[in-house]
Structure formats: C-alpha cells, structure tokens
Design a protein around this ligand. Sequence first.
Ligand SMILES: CC(C)(COP(=O)(O)OP(=O)(O)OC[C@H]1O[C@@H](n2cnc3c(N)ncnc32)[C@H](O)[C@@H]1OP(=O)(O)O)[C@@H](O)C(=O)NCCC(=O)NCCS
Length: 294
Amino acid sequence: MPRDLESEKATLEGMPPLSKEPDARSPLDSDPLPLYRIPTSFVEDRFKRMKDLHPYALLLNRDDIEESDWLEHACFEPHEAASREKVGYYSLNVAILRILRSVCNQSYVLRLGFLEYRLAVCGELCSGLFSSAYATTDGKLGELVRTRQFPSLDSKDSDRRKVLLGHVIATKHAAFPVTDDAMDYPKDWRTNYQLTPSIGHNEDGETICLHSLCVHPDFQRKGLGGVLLRGWSQRIKDSGIGKRIALICRERLISWYEKAGFKLVGESKCQYGGGGWFDMVMEFDDVPSGDMEF
Ligand SMILES: CC(C)(COP(=O)(O)OP(=O)(O)OC[C@H]1O[C@@H](n2cnc3c(N)ncnc32)[C@H](O)[C@@H]1OP(=O)(O)O)[C@@H](O)C(=O)NCCC(=O)NCCS
C-alpha cells in the first residue's frame, strides 16, 4: 500500500468509532483555543443583548472630538467629564461654563480641550465603539439619531448616521499609579509641543493611563463596556507600547474592572473631579500571553 494511504489508514484506525450518541466530553474541556471557549451561556446572553446594535470599533482622532464630547456629557457628571469646557476654566462652575460656551466662539473653546489634546497627540491610544442607524430605525438607536445631528456614515447615503456608543480615551505617562499631572495636559502644546512633558502625554511613558471609559446611558449593561475595555486592553497589550494600563475609578466599579483583568492598588491620591478615586492596574507581565478572556 502506498505510504500516504498507509498513514491515512493508521489515522482512521486511531479514531473512535462513529456513534449517534453525543460525546460525553464537553468541547469546551477539550479545545485549547481560547476563541472556542468564548461562547459560554453568559457571553451568549451578553452578545444577544447587543446584537441589534452591530457595534464596531475604530481608533479615534481629532475629527471625532464633537462626538466624544457629546458622549462624555451624556455619560459623566459635569465635574468628571473630560470635556473641552474644562480647559482654561478648570475650576469655574459648570453653569458659568455653559454661559461661556454659548457666548464664546465655539471653535475657540473647541481648540482648547482635554479631548482635543488627547485625540490629537495620541489618538492611537483611544478607541470608539460605533453603530449606525437612520432616523427611521426602530428602537433606542433610531430614537437617539432623531435627537441631534450625528455625522453621516457614508457620503452616498447621507441619512445613515454614525453613532458613537462608547469610547476609551487614554494617554501614556512615566508615573504610576495615575497622577493629577498625568490627567492634565500642557496648555502650550500647540506652540511648544514636547514629546516627553512632565504633564499630559509622555511618549516615553510606559504606563497607559485610561482617563475615560464610557458607554451611552441608553446602551449600558448590554456588555458593550466590557467588550470595549477588553478589546482595547488586548490591542494596547499586543502593540507593545507600554508595560501596564493604569486607571482611577469609583468604588462601585472596582469589581467590574477586576473581572476584566485589573487589580486594585488602593486609594488614589488624585484630586481630579474632587478625589475619592481608587487606583487600578493591569500589568502586562501578569497577563498570560495570548488572548485575554472575554
Ligand atoms: C462603566 C460603564 C462603562 C460600563 O459599561 P456597560 O456597557 O454598562 O458595561 P457592561 O454591560 O459590559 O457591564 C455591566 C456591568 O458593569 C457594572 N456596572 C455598570 N454600571 C455600574 C454602576 N453604575 N454601578 C455599579 N456597577 C456598574 C455592573 O457590574 C454591570 O453588571 P450588571 O448589569 O450585571 O449589574 C458604563 O456604565 C458607563 O459609561 N458609566 C458611566 C461612566 C463611568 O462611570 N465610566 C467609568 C469611569 S471609571
């Protein structure tokens, strides 16, 4: 018998006999591929909840500032939002800021924002989770599209709107854990841009500071935030641009971040937004190589 047929015979002999009975072993026990392990009932349920949204992720850049600013305002209390309004008027109260915003040249205020700084200097560290819909679309997505002028997704189909459902905004910094200097930004970055400033984004920094993670309130608790965070963390880890991700969060979200692979460091010294934060970190050396668990 030719050698290749012989080896095929040996393989067939090694296989278990065909049977109509289901295999007693679960495929999840036997398959080492992490991707195959994803469809647990929990994950399936989560994907069911977000399936009508058809979400997709993109890097963010300066062109997304209007949308990111809108999302921050929808998701955070005014004193926590990393919005363009804060810039230059850091300690003014929000009511005054709103009046200022309405009387100021919009583009002037726009030029100065935290968001614009971060999206301009390190947009590659930021991710947006998008969906698209028409004003006639049923459900929450269509309702939202009818509330404001979202950008068109496609120039040939301008009624189809691109909706930012969630985003991650981050910078790199030398310090760990996250400090107020890491949260801030150099006010003269346009005219005196430096690669390694002591405040704001530092190209040599090895700590990726996650400053803002949010999902629009209409679409929270469908698993989008978890998918966005894990997908983004995996991308940052794989890109090799840093040693860890650090963030500050409120106490209520500590366990949620722990489930996504972060560890609690302790109470944060950051006074941003009035303080009361907790430091969390994901050290890439502690994460097994390969895919993170979703
Ligand atoms: C935190 C946030 C990004 C989570 O996004 P999401 O799409 O709702 O997250 P998921 O659906 O993947 O996970 C939901 C889980 O997050 C946790 N969670 C979300 N919001 C929470 C809240 N306000 N309090 C406590 N836990 C919360 C819960 O564990 C929840 O699980 P449950 O629905 O079974 O209770 C979103 O709630 C958000 O944008 N919040 C406002 C902005 C914010 O606080 N960002 C975090 C900055 S540190």
